[in-house]
Design a protein around this ligand. Structure first.
Ligand code: ADP
Length: 314
């Protein structure tokens, strides 16, 4: 129908222009030999349009088919990654447990020559386990299978426990940490473990990328909105890269630090599932600031809204 209309409208306009504008509305063009030529031209134009319409329809159908094939391939790939990650989990847990037992001296004390490869294997097994868990999270979120629990979470407690988790590396690097939070408890309804995962990632990145200086954690509340900021004096992120850091497997900068590029995309999705937004601001060479804004109560009746992500650089 749409194609039919599209074909007829230009023809009518041509007819109008030729007959009414150039022949003063006298329809003189249709008299004698001119009329025959005009009719022939009209038939040729109609045939051309019909053929063109068929070509456009074919191209359109091919694009629809290609899109469906791509979607199917993407779903198969995501299912494959999910299955592989799932199959990796159990043997990895066994290996990690055995390595932990060895390191703890459960099978006799280790010489320094033996302890070194065991510690290295423990570190790599933990890294692999983190990657497997991240891949599982990504596939669960993309398939809409991630369910959040609804708990009462006091953000002061959550942020303090996250900061404590990094006290070791913070001390080792000689970093300064400031935590600025209101005394009155700021409580939100959400999934404690998943929110913790987000702030562990943000804090982990701040510690990982900051060689010296300060990491500031700030919590504020404005009406029914809680805002958490994690700011560092690390290398910062170039403006051109800032948009990409929330995409899967994207790592920017010198990439000398360990990482999979999955932490921020998962954090973004988890915050969106909590009806919030996450924003990154950065000054290259000066540091980065990640701002998470969360409603304290989930809006009633909306299950999984797609909240926007934003990135700002200066
Ligand atoms: P990962 O840290 O595992 O590589 P993320 O998704 O958490 O993955 O981060 C993606 C990339 O964003 C990082 O590799 C890094 O290039 C950049 N990035 C994230 N946080 C910071 C930060 N605080 N300072 C500088 N760069 C950062």
């Amino acid at each position: 129908m749409a194609f039919g209309l599209m074909s007829v409208i230009p023809l009518l306009i041509c007819f109008y222009l030729i007959s009414v504008r150039f022949f003063g509305g006298s329809l003189a063009i249709l008299e004698g030999a001119n009329g025959a030529y005009f009719l022939l031209a009209l038939i040729i134009a109609m045939l051309g349009l019909l053929a063109g319409r068929r070509v456009i329809q074919e191209i359109f159908q091919r694009l629809v088919d290609a899109n469906q094939t791509l979607r199917r391939m993407y779903d198969q790939q995501a299912a494959f990654v999910g299955n592989v990650a799932h199959e990796f989990r159990a043997p990895l847990a066994v290996m990690k447990g055995a390595l932990d037992n060895l390191a703890d001296g459960l099978h006799g004390s280790l010489s320094s020559d033996q302890a070194e490869p065991v510690t290295m294997s423990q570190r790599e097994a933990s890294r692999l386990a983190r990657l497997v868990n991240d891949l599982l999270d990504v596939t669960r979120i993309e398939a809409g299978r991630l369910r959040l629990s609804q708990q009462s979470v006091v953000l002061q407690e959550l942020l303090t426990s996250v900061a404590q988790m990094f006290s070791g590396p913070i001390r080792e690097r000689g970093l300064h940490v400031t935590i600025d939070m209101p005394e009155q408890p700021v409580t939100i309804i959400g999934d404690r473990d998943r929110l913790k995962q987000v702030f562990v990632n943000l804090m982990g990145n701040a510690v990982k990328f900051t060689k010296q200086g300060t990491i500031s954690v700030r919590l504020t509340q404005d009406h029914a909105i809680a805002q958490i900021e994690i700011e560092d004096t690390g290398p910062g992120i170039a403006e051109a890269d800032l948009e990409r850091i929330f995409d899967k497997f994207e790592r920017v900068g010198d990439q000398s630090e360990e990482g999979s590029g999955l932490g921020l995309p998962i954090a973004k999705d988890l915050i969106q599932l909590h009806h919030g937004i996450i924003v990154a601001e950065s000054h290259l060479g000066k540091g980065s600031r990640f701002i998470v804004t969360l409603p304290m109560q989930p809006p009633s009746g909306s299950a999984h809204p797609a909240a926007p992500t934003a990135a700002r650089a200066s």
